[in-house]
Design a protein around this ligand. Sequence first.
Ligand code: HAM
Length: 432
Amino acid sequence: MNERPNPTPSNKTALSAPKGIPDYYPPQSTEFRAIRQNFATAADNAGYEHLELPVFEDTGLYARGVGESTDMVSKEMYTFADRGGRSVTLRPEGTAGVVRAVIQHRLDRGQLPAKLCYTGPFFRYERPQAGRYRQLQQFGVEAIGVDDPALDAEVIALADRCFKSVGLTGYRLELTSLGDWRDRPAYREKLQGFLAKLDLDEETRRRAEINPLRVLDDKRPEMIAQLQEAPLLLDHLSAASREHFETVTGLLGDMGVEYVVNPRMVRGLDYYTKTCFEFVHDGLGAQSGIGGGGRYDGLMAQLGGQDLSGIGFGLGLDRTLLAMQAEGVQAGAGRRVDVYGVALGEGARSRMPIIVDQLRARGLRADMAYGGRGLKGAMKGADRAGALFALVLGDQELEQGRVAVKDLGTGEQVDIRLEDLTEHLAVRLGER
Ligand code: HAM
């Protein structure tokens, strides 16, 4: 007798995905895919072309691109040596990789701006909690090569349209300007002067020296109180930066995109200059940022390319799904198929797979009951699939070359000739 090998206790334990790494499975996975498709369609309508980029890059790209003093680079990267001893890093974000690819493949030598979009997983070793994962999914765009406030407005309005396309309404868009290299040094000195007079703990004092702007993001109540009177970069912009920002807000107003100016916004990446923005959803608790982005003047040059500006965003697909659940809205059809075949009897059972295959060939969404289930069980299957129509085929109908089409919403049933079935369903589904 053949016996199965006796599993050792260690391989008997059920396996789980690594900590902080989410799975998306039905029915949420269908919604997840619909979000991604809606976002991609919105970007496509605005002329953005698809980029498919590697999931890991040389570690140096992020140190140079995102900034060594950021939490993302100093604490959160999945960095390891490959078998050849090279240090590589699972991508924590997309912008640095896009800029690297633009330079490498000379996409900045054609029509500008180069307008690109991308989607996929990113990896950050953060403390997992609701809405904060170690593998997160984004949809992003980057428009590289032109420093025009109209492009800032386009990118921001596009992000807004993405969220609207999946039915979200309960979010707000926050905007600010971080100025450029001309505005920063004087402001930095002023802010450091202000911070020096405060009662700060050791770590915050260190942060004030390395990146004083990030101190403004401190969420502790005692710090918020101390920072009330802090000088704000928005009040210290050069005339050029101010004009840029005012043009962006003016255009957004004319486009009907609602926003609030938040001069205290701090983004977790070092490359931003001028326009910066974040979409915040109130239904999500602590992890309320559903998307964000901004302009980056120096990044192309920093990574060895031409001195060209760019602007883009990353929208969090995981958090978008959570926000939709919080609002009770759906982006997908909410049903697995439209048509469900129910075969009763031997002959019908061997014919139904062919019927269903023909429906699919016509572009209809169809499935059927397998495993010789009776009428009741099969109709339950149709119901679970969310089908709009059931096709009930018995051997007697088959002999007459007919099939019953049952509208599962109204319960109405019509008798159709088999050769007319595909067109009949195509017309009725087209009317929905
Ligand atoms: P980011 O703000 O770091 O920007 O990420 C963008 C979005 O990704 C966030 O608003 C959030 O929705 C989502 N996200 C970030 N971390 C997590 C996490 N641990 N779990 C779940 N969702 C998360 C960037 O990545 C920039 N590259 C965006 C950009 C493009 N700026 C210019 N171009």
